[in-house]
Design a protein around this ligand. Structure first.
Ligand code: 2HA
Ligand code: ZN
Length: 274
């Protein structure tokens, strides 16, 4: 029995492999963090090493003090997570101020948590508050069709949400609150972390223009499913726009979106309906 036999670590690695197989993680693209439950930390603790140095994050999340996160490594490839987990992923502990991490397992040979750790961390902080502690997963990927949409649609939450809701009947049920949109920004720093986390107070997914998508959720299935549903809808949108050369003969009308919401018992964001 090693740490790689612990259920939550196996599920985390499976999600990385699933994302790779979807084609969302060229080279070192994308990153995944998971806020561990106390019993999951206990199951992994026998395999922890002497912790590394505390490293300041440049952002603070007081509600995440003392938490442990599974994280992909900076510059590491999703493709390599399953065959080589100890160099590709790791577990970090957060200090009691909520402004620094230290490595307790994995990320061997001097690797560090994902370059987007500040964004993930701020998003966890905001989503934990917004969901009464339910949110545990933040997932960033580079799905091609959604990125393509950011070149041809206005970069507003309303435009993206309406386009996606109308591209597949399941969409309003899967993300009734809609999606936020972050304009193009330099990745990896505190600015994009703050801009994204501001949107994540309201949305559980945020588009990064010309870059990718951030999704959040309570578990791996829900969060991967959200990424998958949004990208599938984006693919349908791109196919329909391409096939029709921009001309759409019919789509799901706003009153039909409302009918779906009523039938499935979800509350659609009315700001996005006509
Ligand atoms: O890790 O996806 O946004 C590479 C990235 C940065
Ligand atoms: Zn990225």
């Amino acid at each position: 029995m090693g740490i790689l036999d612990v259920e939550i670590v196996k599920l985390y690695i499976r999600m990385c492999q699933d994302g790779w197989e979807q084609g969302w993680h060229e080279r070192n693209g994308g990153n995944l963090t998971y806020r561990m439950k106390a019993e999951e930390v206990d199951a992994c603790r026998p395999f922890f090493r002497t912790p590394g140095e505390w490293v300041q994050m440049g952002v603070t999340g007081e509600n995440l003090a003392g938490e442990y996160f599974l994280t992909t490594g900076s510059g590491k490839y999703f493709r390599n997570v399953q065959p080589d987990p100890t160099h590709s992923i790791g577990i970090v502990e957060i200090n009691d101020k909520g402004d620094a991490w230290r490595i307790v397992w994995g990320l061997e040979n001097g690797a560090r948590p994902t370059s987007e750790f500040p964004s993930h961390f701020m998003n966890h902080s905001v989503r934990v508050a917004a969901t009464d502690g339910a949110c545990r997963v933040i997932y960033h990927a580079h799905p091609a069709n959604l990125i393509a949409m950011t070149y041809v649609l206005p970069l507003t939450a309303r435009d993206f949400t309406r386009a996606l809701w109308k591209s597949a009947t399941e969409c309003p049920v899967v993300f009734p609150g809609g999606v936020g949109v972050v304009p193009w920004m330099v990745p990896g720093g505190a600015d994009i972390a703050l801009a994204t986390s501001e949107l994540m107070k309201q949305y559980d997914a945020a588009v990064w223009a010309h870059h990718g998508l951030f999704c959040s959720g309570p578990d791996f299935d829900t969060t991967f499913g959200l990424m998958h549903t949004i990208e599938k809808a984006a693919q349908i949108w791109i196919l329909a726009q391409s096939a029709g050369q921009g001309k759409i003969l019919q789509t799901i009308r706003d009153d039909e979106l409302r009918a779906i919401a009523t039938e499935f018992g979800v509350q659609l964001n009315e700001d996005f309906l006509d």
